[in-house]
Ligand binder design. Structure first.
Ligand SMILES: NC(=O)c1ccc[n+]([C@@H]2O[C@H](COP(=O)([O-])OP(=O)(O)OC[C@H]3O[C@@H](n4cnc5c(N)ncnc54)[C@H](O)[C@@H]3O)[C@@H](O)[C@H]2O)c1
Length: 366
């Protein structure tokens, strides 16, 4: 490994989301995508050629490239931890899609392995690094709503089986609205309020079987094994509380992310997006629309932030510790719903500062 200059990246998983990552990572100058790997070699080759990436093939071939410093893990949730572990064992830093693992034990193992090897394991989402949530965080920290007290969040939609060509994994262990979309909301909440102390929840499932709506498998059915409607209450270490609904059971598509403080309230953008309108409500006669300041780029932003943090020897913002805390909150949510009682969240994380307003992954810094 060179240890200086731009950072070599290898992408594992050439499926649906790899197009967004490859579009951005091949344009961001601080990283160089050197290889695309997949179990499906045709898919790896197709994506590599579509984005002008020289190397494609197996995971072993990717891991053997000494110029690859960061492995970007875009596989399905149930293999995130095993793929990330293999990358760490090969001496690579890891950026992994969410959730970082499916259970606490394998999540902890990743953090320990990274620590022992002096490597990083950072985790999606990186949407909180976008202009929307970064502006919201700067506003809240500047006192615009007074001391933040509560949050109300809503994510409801019919579910992704209509548009995703292989949606099974989104309704099985590691999926469902909580594990699939929840990480965006949970991460934005802990960015604003800090670590969660305890969780209460109820959960339900409207259908046990769903039908694929697009692609070559359209019309095929698959089993739903996780809750598809989850309602939670989080209590944070700082004393704040939040209420959230995560649902794939509603024909109404709606998202909401609002934070209320002693002196005002802020409607922020959907945390699954990098940008969106912010509306500030105070004693002023009319709510104020706040322009978002900062980076409007999309997925891959966190990989660049990680690459720069590695070179600078400072902590990355989308840390593995934060991703693990988000996982712990979600696992605790399911336990709380199963047991019908509050579940304490044992893990914590060290919050990192917001990005400078002029930070951009699209400029060359390395
Ligand atoms: N699709 C989206 O809109 C979206 C958005 C944000 C995040 N994500 C996340 O990105 C990840 C991937 O989602 P997707 O929609 O691209 O899934 P996908 O099923 O379309 O693609 C996953 C790819 O990983 C490959 N793969 C699976 N196991 C592997 C292994 N052990 N080694 C190498 N390759 C392996 C598969 O062959 C497949 O090509 C998931 O964690 C998902 O939560 C997806």
């Amino acid at each position: 490994m060179s240890g200086a200059g731009r950072v070599g990246v290898g992408v594992i998983g050439a499926g649906n989301i790899s197009t967004q990552y490859l579009t951005n990572l091949t344009a961001f100058p601080d990283v160089e995508v050197r290889f695309v790997a997949d179990l499906d070699l045709d898919r790896a080759e197709f994506q590599a050629q579509a984005f002008g990436v020289r190397g494609f093939g197996t995971v072993d071939e990717l891991l053997a490239d000494p110029e690859i410093e960061i492995v970007v893990n875009l596989t399905i949730p149930k293999v995130h931890a095993e793929v990330a572990l293999r990358a760490l064992e090969a001496g690579k830093h890891v950026w992994t899609e969410k959730p970082i693992a499916l259970d606490r034990e394998s999540g902890r193992r990743l953090l320990e392995e990274a620590r022992a090897r002096g490597l990083r394991v950072a985790g999606a989402p990186d949407t909180f690094l976008g202009a929307g949530i970064q502006t919201a965080r700067r506003l809240v920290e500047s006192g615009a709503i007074g001391a933040p007290m509560t949050a109300l969040t809503l994510m409801q939609q019919p579910g992704p089986e209509s548009w995703h060509p292989n949606p099974d994994f989104l309704f099985q262990e590691g999926g469902g609205p909580l594990f699939d979309v929840g990480p965006y909301y949970v991460t934005a909440l802990i960015q604003l309020f800090g670590p969660v102390k305890r969780v209460a929840a109820v959960a339900s499932r409207s259908k046990t079987v769903r039908t694929i709506g697009s692609g070559p498998r359209a019309g095929e059915t698959f089993e739903v094994t996780v809750p598809t409607h989850v309602t939670t209450v989080f209590e944070f270490e700082g004393g704040q509380t939040s209420q959230s609904i995560f649902s794939f059971d509603s024909k109404i598509k709606r998202t909401l992310f609002e934070v209320t403080g002693v002196d005002g309230a802020l409607e922020a953008n959907d945390p699954n997006m990098f940008v969106g309108d912010l509306v500030l409500h105070t004693d002023a006669p009319e709510p104020e629309v706040i322009p978002t300041e900062g980076e409007k780029a999309a997925r891959g932003t966190g990989v660049v932030e990680l690459a720069r943090a590695i070179r600078a020897g400072v902590p990355e913002r989308a840390s593995g510790e934060q991703a693990f805390h988000a996982l712990d909150i979600m696992v605790s949510t399911i336990e709380a719903a199963d047991r019908g009682e509050w579940v304490p969240v044992e893990s914590t994380f060290t919050p990192t500062p917001p990005l400078p307003e002029d930070w951009s992954p699209a400029v060359a810094t390395l």
